[in-house]
Write a protein that binds this ligand. Structure first.
Ligand SMILES: [Cu+2]
Length: 443
């Protein structure tokens, strides 16, 4: 849980007169710290205008305090250890104990003051991606402000001019700092609570890492060959499910600070993209989709009516992005005769194991792995291996969930007679092979 020590003074401060201009060191709020990797319950505002808060997959929202009519937050940029999934921990950089940093929530029209303390070994800044703010608050090191040196604290002050979904990340040694996991999301709720209200509101940011098996640090110079495809620096089966009550209007806000696009797909429903980091999309411009591409450096938000109960896969549709680190070097042996292969390989390596000649389904195979990495596909469902990794989780739509209950409801209890089933089919015969092996074809 986060520390509330810094917030004991909230009530007293709320009554104080507005502070304007330069803040004094003594008035810097203490920075809350999170040490858990599971989704924290929504943080309902205790002061300021009301709103329906978001939940952050495997994350949390940053508590704030009111100081006069300013909403004050404190981010601390620092080294963190992030568990990607059970069995793999990575040394990253992040904020307030986690990578990504906490979600910052506010309301359209709020006056925001964000303290940023740098506990990294090098300088940093924070850029507020997509937000309409004064140029001097834009966080581009060298261009709009001096870099924040290690041990120093800077203050960003601006008004939340428009509602929507935004991101934050450094604009200071960006390649390294973003490859190390420094990022987070900003959600600005509409002041008018009747504007497109939803019952559940999820948020996460996508990032990618190359962490070679047996190592603990991302390769920050990697440009294309990543092996960990993460949502909020977690991979399946480490990504929280999205528990949803049947009939809920659900919003999912997705940021992309990786170096490639991700087509995000939800099963069992159609949805509409309702918002980007540029703002709300007018209803007349929305159309139904089941997959939406989230470009690099962008936010896509979709709204969906959860009217179909069940366990619904929710994932990136690039199939390599639902895989983890181990096993990508394996050759394609589909269709190769296992006997021929074993004979050929046996001459060179007597103990070798021929695998993959009927596909690569690995669910029932246990192989020794190096320390601190994850098999290509893992996870088990009620019917067997799920054979996914990376950017994959499950939207769990249930009739019997309480309104604000975000706990994992467990596997879906399928009504009798509604699951695909095997039939007696004696003519099905053995696995088919191509009529003519490719190497015997006349070209
Ligand atoms: Cu992807």
């Amino acid at each position: 849980m986060y520390s509330r020590r810094g917030f004991l003074g909230t009530a007293a401060l709320a009554g104080a007169s507005a502070i304007s201009g330069r803040v004094q060191a003594a008035s810097i709020p203490e920075a809350p710290h999170m040490d858990r990797v599971v989704m924290q319950p929504p943080l309902h505002p205790i002061s300021g205008p009301d709103y329906r808060p978001v939940v952050t997959l495997n994350g949390w929202s940053l508590p704030f305090r009111m100081n006069g009519d300013w909403k004050e937050f404190h981010l601390v940029a620092e080294p963190v250890v992030r568990e990607f999934a059970e069995g793999m921990k990575v040394n990253l950089w992040g904020y307030n104990g986690q990578s990504p940093g906490p979600t910052i929530e506010a309301v359209e029209g709020d006056k925001i003051r964000i303290f940023v303390t740098n506990k990294l070994p090098e300088y940093t800044t924070v850029h507020w991606h997509g937000m309409i703010i004064p140029s001097g608050m834009d966080g581009v090191g060298g261009l709009t402000q001096p870099h924040i040196q290690p041990g120093k604290t800077f203050v960003y002050e601006f008004e939340m001019k428009k509602s929507g979904t935004f991101m934050y990340h450094p604009h200071s040694d960006e390649m390294v700092q973003m490859a190390m996991g420094m990022m987070g999301m900003v959600v600005v709720h509409p002041r008018d609570q009747s504007f497109r209200p939803v019952d559940r509101d999820f948020v996460f940011v996508m990032s990618t890492y190359r962490v070679d098996p047996g190592t603990y640090l991302p390769q920050v110079n990697e440009m294309t060959d990543f092996n960990m495809w993460t949502w909020n620096s977690r991979v399946f089966p480490g990504i929280d499910p999205l528990p949803v009550r049947l009939g809920d209007r659900v919003r999912v806000r997705i940021g992309n600070l990786s170096m490639t696009n991700h087509p995000i797909h939800l099963h069992g429903h159609s949805f509409a993209v309702t918002c980007t980091d540029g703002g709300w999309i007018p209803e007349s411009a929305q159309y139904p989709e089941t997959t939406t591409d989230v470009p690099v450096g962008a936010v896509r938000v979709f709204d969906v009516l959860a009217d179909n109960p069940g366990d619904w896969a929710f994932h990136c549709h690039k199939s390599h992005h639902t895989m983890n680190a181990m096993g990508h070097e394996v050759r394609n042996l589909i269709g190769v005769s296992r006997k021929d292969l074993a004979r050929a390989v046996g001459k060179l390596a007597p103990d070798a194991m021929a695998m993959g000649s009927s596909g690569m389904a690995m669910g029932n195979m246990e192989m020794p792995a190096p320390d601190n990495t994850l098999p290509m596909m893992t996870g088990t469902g009620q019917f067997g291996p799920i054979e996914m990794g990376g950017m994959f989780t499950v939207m769990k739509i249930r009739e019997d969930l309480a309104r604000d209950d975000y706990r994992d409801p467990g596997p879906y209890k399928f009504p009798q007679g509604t699951v695909a089933y095997e039939v007696e089919a004696p003519d099905a015969g053995p696995v088919r092979q191509p009529a003519t092996p490719a190497h015997k074809m006349k070209m």
